[in-house]
Design a protein around this ligand. Sequence first.
Ligand code: 8OZ
Length: 360
Amino acid sequence: MTAHPALFKPLTLGEITLPNRIAMAPLTRNRAAAGNVPGPLTALYYTQRASVGLIISEATQISPMGQGYIATPGIHSAEQIAGWRTVTQSVHDAGGHMFLQLWHVGRISHTSLLPDGQAPVAPSAIRAASKTFTTNGFVDVSMPRALSIAEIEQTVADYRQAALNAIAAGFDGVEVHSANGYLIDQFLRDSSNQRSDAYGGSIENRTRFLREVVAAVSEAIGAQRVGVRFSPVSGFNDISDSAPQALFEAAVAQMQAIGIAYVHVIEGQTGGERDTAFDYAALRSHFKGVWMVNNGYDANMAETAIASGRADMVAIGRPLIANPDWLARIAHNAALNPLDQATMYGGDARGYTDYPVLGQ
Ligand code: 8OZ
């Protein structure tokens, strides 16, 4: 008998039934091949982890302007769609389920990564005190320029097309990345959004871009194939808001109105301190669908969260990099492999597809 029975209970997510309550969190690994196409090693990496209830792919840019780091995959070209199709085929053959995370970095980018050396785009021309990885290493992000209304409309259309591309590539659904200081989060929070038009100012206005993106994606592929990820208090990528509780409660209520399948919340600082002042129960009270939590959970914390009803699913990140068979190890109370930090971002098979599984 497993010590974590709640984790192994099936769950209905939209139109699919997941065998357990664990998701693989979206994890940037910077191993896309030329053209930002996912290759055979990426198919192997995800397939090794297909025993989790749901795999959420690494953040994947919806357009060339949505890229902010070297060697991250896209979902806007025919080659990228074909590359991802081999990944989803392999994951499905192994019995897994997989959503693609739709990403636009906004101001968290560098001119050297963007078409014709353009400046990054953002709600407002405010530079983040943040860094990114380029061919020249770890550099300060570039000064962004503010999007026009016509460009915002085009970006919404890019999200919609990217969602259709994800379905064409065989994904079971998409997660809209609205966390960690990237474009949608830049519209939400008042440190980065100082617009004076319909997309800035009030909470109603700052949530407009999120609402339009999620509505467009939901209309295109079905709301029951859509999730959204938020990080209400995370300061990652130099972002903050003066009143996050009211802002994110409004955002979650809007996600309920659209009828998406799940909300995924990073509790506290991304990859860091969990114990921050924010009422996550109040946040959840606005949503009736699947509630997924993330940030530094181990198996016992995850079991308590699910068993108590505080969450429906838990997304596990770094432990799943180092332990492809994390669920089997939990079930057998086996020791976990340590994570090799040096191979997290970029490189080859080392630290990507060569972590040992039990019995190996
Ligand atoms: C770490 C390095 C680069 C990107 C995120 C997509 O935080 C990321 C990311 C994380 O959501």
